[in-house]
Design a binder for this molecule. Structure first.
Ligand SMILES: Nc1ncnc2c1ncn2[C@@H]1O[C@H](COP(=O)(O)OP(=O)(O)OP(=O)(O)O)[C@@H](O)[C@H]1O
Ligand SMILES: [Mg+2]
Length: 238
């Protein structure tokens, strides 16, 4: 094991990943690290493969080549439930809340061994008030809280979050970001965040990776991007 791999052994290490759908390739040798307890954002134009990367990490897509290790173990041939058990939580783009199930039922699906959802209600008090409402009757912001809460039920060591601000009004995005930042810190959780909202990405993460043509083409600290916002335009225009 070389020094870099040893240092990353407790986190997520994606190496030379090639993956896509059917015969088509979307990720063409993508490499990315999320060290334990660190937060990384992934930025890139529509359709470059951000969601495909998260699905591949989660085991929903099996890569054609390359490797994914988490906490020192290969996970790229595992099924989604095994990846979840390894400590990775997933909040899909578009939230995918079960509309006909209650808030509480949605949450309990996040951890089938749980007898209550009190820990999540403490994080998102708005969900406690709605615990008996159908998921489909919640506002967009509440559904996003529910999708995050469902992923938190299993107490993940790494949370994959796909565009949580999409379609949600700014004041609610702000509130969710505040709660997320606090939770990530108190739980010591790592975060891999896909986000179009650059302000939210910079607020929640320390490192920002730019993806284009199936690879990570640049990586900057959030501090560097805050100091020179023009860098964002440069990397996004690649
Ligand atoms: N189920 C699928 N079958 C075939 N092709 C797909 C499928 N899902 C996505 N694609 C294609 O794979 C490419 C990458 O899609 P992906 O959803 O990963 O992009 P993205 O970066 O998440 O985009 P967005 O910012 O719009 O969410 C696109 O060309 C898309 O059309
Ligand atoms: Mg996407």
């Amino acid at each position: 094991m070389d020094i870099r791999v040893a240092a990353m052994a407790e986190g997520l290490v994606v190496s030379d990943l090639v993956a896509g759908y059917g015969g088509g390739v979307v990720l063409e040798g993508l490499s990315l690290d999320v060290p334990a307890g660190k937060s990384v954002a992934l930025l890139g134009r529509n359709g470059v493969g951000k969601t495909t990367l998260l699905k591949t990490i989660m085991g929903l897509i099996h890569p054609k080549s390359g490797s994914i290790t988490f906490a020192g173990h290969r996970i790229d041939r595992r099924e989604p439930f095994q990846v979840a058990r390894a400590g990775i939580g997933y909040v899909p783009q578009g939230r995918e809340v079960f509309a006909d199930l209650t808030v509480e039922e949605n949450l309990l699906l996040g951890d089938l061994t749980a007898s209550d959802a009190d820990a999540v209600y403490a994080i998102f008090p708005a969900l406690a008030e709605k615990r008996n409402s159908a998921g489909g009757r919640l506002s967009g912001g509440q559904q996003q809280q529910l999708a995050i809460g469902r992923a938190l039920m299993a107490k993940p060591k790494l949370l994959l979050l796909d565009e949580p601000s999409e379609g949600i009004q700014p004041s609610v995005v702000d509130e969710i970001a505040t709660i997320l930042a606090r939770t990530v810190k108190t739980e010591g959780m790592a975060l891999l965040l896909v986000e179009q909202n650059v302000e939210i990405a910079l607020r929640l993460t320390e490192q920002v990776c730019f993806i284009d043509q199936g690879r990570v083409v640049a990586s900057e600290t959030a501090a560097a991007l805050r100091a020179s916002p023009a860098l964002i335009e440069t990397h996004m225009a690649l």
